[in-house]
Design a protein around this ligand. Structure first.
Ligand code: ASP
Ligand code: MG
Length: 239
């Protein structure tokens, strides 16, 4: 099977969590699967990069903003690949452009147009876990673009669709999709499964567990998304 596993910012926030993500990737590979990882920037690094930009200018160009903030995901991808290799399994990190994710030219809110997937497929064939930097792509001018806040989810679903993956698992800091934010409301109720319409409704009410565009993309390509905890091995929610 070809499996896409996505790890959000909290799931790669520190060395221990990076090793935890690497362990989940290595386990999936040892079960005989081809594994593509998609990673977000560590913790609140994206916010901190935006603050750095703010400290330089009130009118940053969107192009340079994308060049700056996309760095967060590149760091995570390299660190996760190193952690996988430290466990004795070969891996390679790829930035959005190396992975062949081609977008339109809308800096800060780009849409993925297509995938030149040759590189990812070659690395998978060579037996590597391929760790792709989420949230970013490259436009027709080879300028780096980003997909909007929370966009690593969209990278994961797009890769699952375009590589025709068998599974797409989104590992996060909550253990599934709830009717309200379980980090704020102790009486929140977890769904075993939601359909795309319900999930989009939850997104529009402010649920941050999945990027709304990733849900639309999943609906349009018929991708089943499994939302699970990166830290607790309990059943999550299927979208
Ligand atoms: N790091 C980006 C953000 O904070 C993308 C993501 O996490 O999905 O919005
Ligand atoms: Mg997110």
């Amino acid at each position: 099977m070809l499996i896409v596993q996505k790890f959000g910012g909290t799931s790669v926030a520190d060395p221990e969590r990076i090793r935890n993500a690497a362990r989940l990737l290595v386990e999936a590979a040892q079960e005989g699967n081809q594994v593509v990882a998609v990673v977000s920037a560590q913790g609140d690094l994206t916010d901190r990069l935006l603050e750095k930009i703010d400290s330089i200018t009130d009118h940053p160009s969107l192009r340079e903003t994308d060049a700056c903030v996309s760095a967060g995901e590149n760091i995570s991808a390299a660190l996760v690949a190193m952690a996988v290799e430290a466990m004795g399994q070969s891996a390679i990190s790829l930035s959005g452009w190396q992975a062949g994710l081609i977008t339109d030219r809308t800096h800060g809110n780009a849409r993925i147009r297509f995938l030149q997937g040759g590189r990812i497929r070659r690395e998978l064939q060579a037996g590597k876990i391929v760790v792709v930097a989420g949230f970013q792509g490259v436009d027709s001018e080879k300028d780096i673009t980003t997909l909007g806040r929370g966009g690593s989810d969209t990278t994961a679903v797009a890769l699952a669709a375009l590589l025709e993956a068998d599974r797409c698992v989104i590992f996060t800091d909550v253990d599934g999709v709830y009717d309200k934010d379980p980090r704020k409301f102790p009486d929140a109720v977890k769904y075993e499964a939601v359909d795309y319409g319900q999930m989009l409704e939850l997104c529009s009410r402010g649920a941050q567990v999945l990027h709304d565009r990733c849900v639309e993309l999943a609906r349009d390509h018929g991708i089943r998304i499994e939302v699970r905890s990166a830290f607790r091995d309990v059943p999550g929610t299927v979208v």
